[in-house]
Design a protein around this ligand. Structure first.
Ligand SMILES: C[S@@+](CC[C@H](N)C(=O)[O-])C[C@H]1O[C@@H](n2cnc3c(N)ncnc32)[C@H](O)[C@@H]1O
Length: 271
């Protein structure tokens, strides 16, 4: 029998919806059936399963933690790029950083950092302001181990680095040679200010802060209102009073929290 196109029943899909919601808080609408089978189909083929119930039984058993992580990795959407929604980085450079008391540490958290582009964009902006010897850090975290691995390497195909201004390319990036030709490497002098950790926003958070700025961009779109409320409440506790909380351009904290005040759309501050 061909395993190319295993179909999923409504009941099977509902079980995966409940599982990914329970783990990562991700709400997969009924319209995401094709997305789910497109992404998990290869795992069925890998195991030689001819139905989704067998795969569900596997990932929900206590002994299949590694496969469960692979499933989470496959069901997250990881699109990102350097200087995405660049107005946020302009705001950081022109409104936040100049008002920071000189000499005091400046710590930023990119709380759904995917493959690291947001972290390194932040790092280049901070390096520009405080210098490579400055007292600043950028923490990146994500639920996807595959993305964290990529982020930690700090190596990107040149065609994915177009958003980086030429002077930042010159100062903070290295062009790959020989086996790394066609790639761009984030300079180790920048990388040493960064760290990456696995953090599931849908669970109790480790104490990582306090932070001057938290970026939580383009992940709340996958959460329902209840999950957004819980996630934002957990993160705000790690933001310093006077610190900024920044969400994606299509996201808003309306009805999500009372603990932040709007500075401008998508940019909030903890009073
Ligand atoms: C679309 S990317 C956003 C990347 C970046 N913040 C940006 O705006 O370009 C969304 C990321 O959120 C992560 N994510 C989804 N649910 C999560 C959770 N419960 N905890 C932590 N990260 C999560 C995904 O793995 C994915 O890498």
């Amino acid at each position: 029998m061909s395993l190319e196109n295993v179909t999923i029943t409504d009941a099977e899909f509902a079980r995966f919806q409940a599982l990914i919601y329970k783990i990562a808080g991700i709400s997969l609408s009924d319209a995401k059936k094709v997305l789910l089978t497109g992404r998990l189909g290869k795992r069925l083929r890998y195991y030689g399963f001819d139905n989704y119930s067998d795969y569900y039984r596997l990932v929900s058993s206590n002994t299949a933690e590694a496969e469960l992580q692979i499933m989470v990795d496959l069901l997250t959407t990881n699109e990102t790029y350097f200087f995405r929604e660049e107005k946020h980085f302009e705001f950081l450079a022109t409104e936040i950083l100049p008002n920071h008391p000189p000499g005091l540490a400046f710590n930023v958290w990119s709380a759904a950092s995917s493959s690291g582009e947001e972290v390194y964009t932040l790092a280049m902006v901070l390096a520009e302001r405080f210098g490579l010897a400055g007292n600043w850090t950028v923490t990146g975290s994500d639920v996807s181990l595959r993305m964290l691995d990529a982020a930690q390497r700090g190596i990107y195909p040149l065609e994915r680095t177009r958003g980086i201004p030429p002077e930042y390319l010159r100062k903070y990036c290295l062009k790959g040679v020989r086996s790394q030709a066609g790639m761009l490497l984030i300079d180790p002098a920048v990388r040493k200010h960064t760290r990456f950790l696995q953090v599931n926003l849908n669970r109790k958070l480790p104490e990582l802060g306090p932070f001057e700025v938290i970026f939580l961009r383009n992940v709340m779109i996958y959460f329902d209102t209840e999950t957004k409320r819980e996630v934002v409440a957990r993160l705000v506790r790690q933001l310093r009073p006077g610190g900024y909380f920044i969400v994606g351009h299509s996201e808003s904290l309306n009805g999500v929290t009372e603990a932040l005040r709007t500075v401008r759309p998508t940019i909030y501050m903890r009073p």
